[in-house]
Design a protein around this ligand. Structure first.
Ligand code: AP5
Ligand code: MG
Length: 337
């Protein structure tokens, strides 16, 4: 298994990566953990990375790529890996593709953890990490706010970059630098989106299901073929020049002005507007026909009979005439065609 976990800070990449590594027997390779380790050991690299990390900024590509290259070269990563938090921008994505090609381990899937911003903030603000075993907890699920690690009893601490002011910066950096990778991997046909909210088990199950499904490569959609006029089905719609068709066309032209970004909704709306316009036309025609019929009846009926005839006829005729008017519109259109 060779996958990347993509997602905003706090989306659960680390938590889920640990679960997946236990199930699939491939290591979690977290750029954040590698950097935190370098900082804790006060290596030269760590000293360089520290300021950027504490400010919520990205550490230089050169440093991170060096760490990832070294980590993927270790024996436990020869049968696959779960990359967590890397790549983080388009240059890193390009560098990763090159590196994986070099080592003959091409990427299979990118799982995007989709989580609302409000939840991300709550998760990061409540995260506590164990100093001894590195387990990640959250105050919301600990027995008490200052409880020790539920796995090893070690002391829990808050990551310096989980302070409120840094959280905002990290979310900004994600939006501007990491989010574009979604489109990048979508185009490559490697992206699968996972709803990242719910219980840990539920999310793990979603990820496992997504990984079990064969990857469907995104292929460019063929341009829609325009049907020749002769191929089109004959319809009973009003002809373009018909006065009946004019309100329909006017309504349709309004729809045509809808901005391109609403293209997805356009067709549905267009249909609705055209349908409404057609209904209006039919109603008008029916009213006109009713008036005509009533006039005829009035003329032909004897003065005494008029009162009796007027009301019931209006009711009975209404439906029939409406139907007839609709038919008439249809016939007219068909004749024109
Ligand atoms: P990094 O450590 O990668 O942090 P991140 O991407 O900001 O993500 P987090 O680790 O904060 O969140 P996560 O998605 O792993 O969520 P977690 O599982 O912990 O990076 C830190 C810094 O290092 C960066 O800011 C940058 O400076 C630098 N860096 C790292 N990689 C870099 C790169 N490639 N290039 C340049 N710089 C880089 O969960 C969060 C919390 O939510 C936990 O408390 C957890 O218990 C809880 N939680 C998780 N899932 C659930 C759930 N389903 N329900 C309830 N709670 C949950
Ligand atoms: Mg993490």
């Amino acid at each position: 298994m060779r996958i990347v976990l993509l997602g905003a800070p706090g989306s659960g990449k680390g938590t889920q990566a640990q679960r997946l590594q236990a199930k699939y027997g491939v290591p979690q390779v977290s750029s954040g953990d590698l950097l935190r380790d370098a900082v804790a050991r006060q290596t030269e690299l760590g000293m360089k990375a520290r300021a950027a990390m504490e400010a919520g900024q990205l550490v230089s590509d050169e440093i991170v790529l060096g760490l990832i290259r070294e980590r993927l070269g270790r024996p436990d990563a020869q049968n696959g890996f779960i990359l967590d938090g890397f790549p983080r921008n388009s240059d890193q994505a390009t560098a990763l593709a090159r590196l994986l090609e070099e080592i003959g381990q091409p990427l299979e899937t990118v799982l995007l953890m989709d989580v609302r911003t409000k939840t991300l903030i709550e998760r990061m603000a409540g995260r506590r990490v164990c100093r001894s075993c590195g387990a990640v907890h959250n105050v919301t699920s600990l027995p008490a706010p200052n409880a020790p690690c539920t796995k090893c009893g070690g002391e829990l601490y808050q990551r310096p970059d989980d302070k409120e002011e840094v959280i905002a910066k990290r979310l900004d950096v994600y939006q501007s630098q990491t989010k574009p990778l979604i489109e990048h991997y979508q185009k490559l046909g490697q992206l699968k989106v996972i709803k990242g909210e719910g219980t840990l088990d539920l999310i793990t199950a979603r990820m496992e299901a997504a990984l079990a499904k064969p990857q469907v490569k995104a292929e460019p959609k063929p341009a829609p073929v325009k049907k020749a006029a002769s191929e089109k089905k004959p319809t009973a719609r009003p002809a373009a020049s018909s006065p009946v068709a004019q309100p329909v066309q006017a309504a349709a032209s309004k729809v045509a002005k809808i901005p391109a970004k609403k293209a997805a909704k356009k067709t549905a709306r267009k249909k609705a507007v055209v349908k409404a316009a057609r209904k209006k036309v039919a109603r008008k025609a029916a009213k006109k026909a009713i008036k005509k019929v009533l006039k005829k009846i009035k003329k032909s009926a004897k003065p005494a009979a008029r009162k009796v005839v007027k009301k019931p006829v209006k009711k009975v005729v209404h439906k029939a005439v409406k139907k007839a008017a609709r038919k008439k519109i249809g016939k007219k259109a068909a004749r024109k065609k």
